[in-house]
Design a protein around this ligand. Structure first.
Ligand code: OGA
Ligand code: NI
Length: 360
């Protein structure tokens, strides 16, 4: 029966969901055919219809083939620069990670989320700080106005990776191989970004040292009412860069010139996006752009969001001196990563710009 407003106890519903320790997948397993109210945005109908159909607007695809050949590299760097200024997003192909590895990683995330509920319950947690492997649904569940239609397994793979035996057996081997390859690709992309800014190739990597890699494996079962739920609401990433792998279902959209533009799933490609910390150090030369994931009733959506950042929370960051001049004065003050992350978590998913309070 529908609850009316006077009797609806959202906190109780959220708590019961969290205490079930079995996520959105658990709701489907228990047979729900309608979206529980806690997942529905109380304030607005989603603006899904404003997604653009303009086929001239598409996130650039950059071919990294023969990147060590100087002529190709110059061209690739110019494409990267353009994409980072205009979109904050691009896809890469011929990036050095085989399609088999990507497909097997997606399948590993599926196997994880489809394990028996009793196995999942044992590792479900809200202790995001101490544990290297975390399974949960909605990181800011108790803060947000509505919950996202997705569950997540998170693995902290650098600088201090878990011991192999600490990784869930269902994706142990592939996670080790995938994250190793991903660190290499991350390094290549950071070099390209530095060069695109006219800096030494290792410049950003040095600012990120000790580099961290946090991998989130998201799983969204088909939503019975996709127009009422979101896979991920409008947000920017707090990382330096994020590399996203989405399965064939797609759903990722980027806010570009006030329109939501779909990032089409390209088999074997990876999506790269600029995070808030890179926007801060580049003094807005590269932009951290809003993105979101829409829900679907067509199948299971699986994605891996791989966040590259600096693991030293006492590290102080500000706009790169070499990029500043009289015409380009600093936009942001220097802040520690700890200060930045505290603001990020306190804020929750409210859709407002995260860098605003750090402006000079
Ligand atoms: C994220 C994110 C995109 C996706 O986790 O920050 O934007 O496709 N994910 O899952
Ligand atoms: Ni994101």
């Amino acid at each position: 029966m529908e609850n009316n407003d006077s009797t609806y106890d959202r906190n109780a519903e959220v708590k019961a969901f969290d205490e079930s320790k079995s996520g959105v997948r658990g709701l489907i397993e228990s047979g729900v055919t309608k979206i529980p109210r806690m997942f529905i945005n109380p304030d607005q109908k989603f603006d899904i219809n404003i997604s653009t159909n303009d086929s001239n607007l598409s996130v650039p695809i950059i071919d990294l083939k023969d990147i060590h050949n100087n002529i190709n590299r110059v061209e690739i760097i110019s494409q990267v620069k353009d994409a980072c200024k205009k979109w904050g997003f691009f896809q890469v192909i011929n990036h050095g990670i085989s399609v088999d590895v990507l497909d097997e990683m997606i399948d590993g995330i599926r196997r994880f989320h489809e394990q028996d509920v009793e196995v999942r319950k044992k590792i479900y947690t809200r202790d995001f700080i101490k544990k290297k492997i975390i399974y949960y649904s909605n990181s800011t569940l108790y803060k947000d106005k509505f919950a996202l239609w997705r569950d997540t397994v998170g693995c902290s793979m650098a600088p201090d990776p878990p011991k192999p035996e600490e990784l869930p057996q269902v994706f142990r081997d592939i996670m080790i191989e995938y994250s190793k390859k991903l660190m290499e690709l991350g390094s290549t992309i950071l070099e390209l970004l530095s060069e695109a800014l006219g800096l030494d190739p290792s410049y950003i990597k040095e600012m990120m040292c000790p580099e961290s890699l946090f991998i989130q494996g998201h799983y969204s079962p088909p939503s019975p009412q996709p127009e009422l739920t979101m896979g991920t609401t409008k947000h920017t990433d707090s990382s330096f860069i994020t590399i996203v792998l989405q399965n064939h279902l797609g759903g990722l959209q980027v806010l570009h010139q006030n329109q939501w533009v779909t990032v089409p799933p390209v088999h074997g490609a990876l999506v790269v996006n600029i995070g808030d910390l890179l926007q801060l150090i580049t003094n807005d030369k590269f932009v951290s752009v809003y993105h979101r994931v829409v829900s679907s009733d067509k199948g299971i959506r699986i994605s891996l969001a791989n966040f590259f950042s600096n693991s030293d929370s006492s590290k102080v960051l500000g706009p790169i001196k070499e990029l500043l001049s009289e015409e380009n004065p600093p936009i942001y003050r220097e802040i520690s990563i700890a200060e930045f992350m505290a603001h990020h978590f306190n804020k929750g998913h409210d859709g407002n710009s995260i860098l605003e309070p750090f402006k000079l």
